[in-house]
Design a protein around this ligand. Structure first.
Ligand SMILES: *[C@@H]1O[C@H](CO)[C@@H](O)[C@H](O)[C@H]1NC(C)=O
Ligand SMILES: *[C@@H]1O[C@H](CO)[C@@H](O)[C@H](O)[C@H]1NC(C)=O
Length: 392
């Protein structure tokens, strides 16, 4: 059994002291910082082609979409390995400052593929498109972070370094640190004269897309370690992923100008629209939103995509906390373009029989990237209402 490790020597130890305040929202305050997270999980070496230019990128997508490849009972596993390391994780913690703030509830939000933590905090019209902004206005704290392989977190080997198993353990370790109050140095808030509880009583786990795959695995595997789940842009159904990776119009990340190595691919703008935007083009989103959604995209590592089966679809029989599913009406990648009628509460209950509350909502006239559509804030509110109804 091989052990692949990744260590950021610069970030060993506690959270970097050089935390910086990003922005002061009308209802809260945010700090960005780096934290060292030690994690370990089973992984695998997959029979993947070497992706080193645009031609091998397209060939990878075709192979991944080929029916006989997808049907392989061994999921293409050549060898089982352990993936372990101490990873530098770039994060942002925002706390509400307004009256009625709930300083005892922390949301931990995990972004999906093709993005980083900025997915949750649009700098374009944040009052209309930032889930972080809306959370603060609703009185909730929120931790967002870049998954490994994206943004300002560590960028490990694309084949054997970034896989779902280790990302699940990173979310677990982040949650542990948040619970014990060691995620973030409390005195970093003193510059704002703000007294902040660094130990939340309740933690709600929020996910989008691939981040929802990681988050549902967390809720299923460690049900005692969460107080609630908000699962956006993900539910298993017969059209899940049916549009395939070739619909991404991916390029080799390095040829597209990214500082990334072998195995990292990035969507062209048309692929960003295909995967993330949907609904009536006259009313659902704007050119500016599409431009913004393209401007903050990230490359994805092929090994991570191959590793979905490591954690997807685990039974959530132990979860007693409330869980909400938010599906975009016209989600192309998750629902083959129309989420209506593809799943229901009874079907979801088979996976989460003991959840104290289980809700499924469909956000109308919206594609996969919920925040980047015109009616985003009304969708965010559905989740805050759900949390409030459940005493969170
Ligand atoms: C990897 O582990 C799985 C689960 O234990 C096992 O079924 C499979 O045969 C292993 N694959 C290889 C190539 O060793
Ligand atoms: C906006 O979203 C809310 C919440 O889902 C929904 O009730 C409302 O009908 C939507 N408005 C439009 C114009 O789609």
């Amino acid at each position: 059994m091989a052990i692949y490790t990744a260590t950021s020597l610069l970030f060993l130890g506690a959270a970097s002291a050089a935390a910086i305040a990003r922005s002061t929202y009308p209802h809260g305050l945010c700090h960005q910082f780096d934290v060292a997270i030690t994690a370990e999980a089973p992984g695998a070496v997959y029979a993947l082609p070497q992706v080193v230019d645009d031609i091998t990128t397209v060939q990878w997508a075709i192979q991944a979409d080929t029916w006989s490849w997808k049907a392989r009972p061994d999921h293409g596993i050549v060898k089982n390995i352990t993936i372990a390391g101490t990873y530098n994780i770039h994060a942002q913690l925002c706390v509400p400052t307004g009256p009625g703030r709930k300083t005892n509830v922390l949301q931990i939000a995990t972004h999906g593929g093709h993005y980083d933590g900025r997915y949750w905090d649009s700098e374009y019209k944040p009052e209309e498109h930032s889930y972080v902004y809306a959370s603060l206005a609703a009185g909730y704290s929120i931790l967002t972070y870049d998954r490994i392989g994206a943004g300002k977190s560590d960028i490990p080997d694309a084949y054997n370094g970034v896989q779902t198993g280790v990302e699940l353990d990173i979310l677990r370790q982040l949650t542990k640190k948040a619970r014990e109050g060691s995620l973030f140095p409390a005195n970093s808030w003193s510059d704002a004269g703000l007294e902040v509880s660094t130990k939340p009583d309740k933690i709600v786990h929020v996910g989008h897309s691939f981040g929802s795959v990681v988050t549902t695995a967390f809720l299923a595997t460690y049900p005692e370690e969460t107080d609630g789940g908000i699962i956006t842009g993900f539910a298993l159904n017969k059209y899940f992923g049916a549009t395939g990776f070739s619909s991404w119009y991916a390029q080799y990340a390095a040829t597209a100008g990214w500082n990334r190595g072998s195995g990292y691919v990035v969507n062209q703008k048309s692929g960003i629209q295909v995967v993330f935007f949907g609904g009536d083009p006259a009313t659902a989103f704007t050119q500016e939103l599409l431009d913004y959604g393209d401007s903050i995209k990230q490359p994805v590592p092929v090994g991570e995509l191959a590793s979905g089966a490591q954690i997807i679809g685990r039974p959530g029989t132990g979860l007693k906390a409330p869980i909400q599913f938010v599906l975009p009406e016209f989600d192309f990648f998750i629902c083959g373009g129309d989420c209506k009628g593809l799943t229901d509460v009874a079907t979801l209950r088979e996976t989460w029989p003991a959840a104290s509350d289980l809700e499924l909502v469909i956000q109308p006239n919206t594609g996969h990237a919920l925040p980047f559509h015109n009616n985003a804030t009304a969708g965010f509110q559905l989740s805050f209402d759900f949390l409030a109804r459940n005493g969170l």
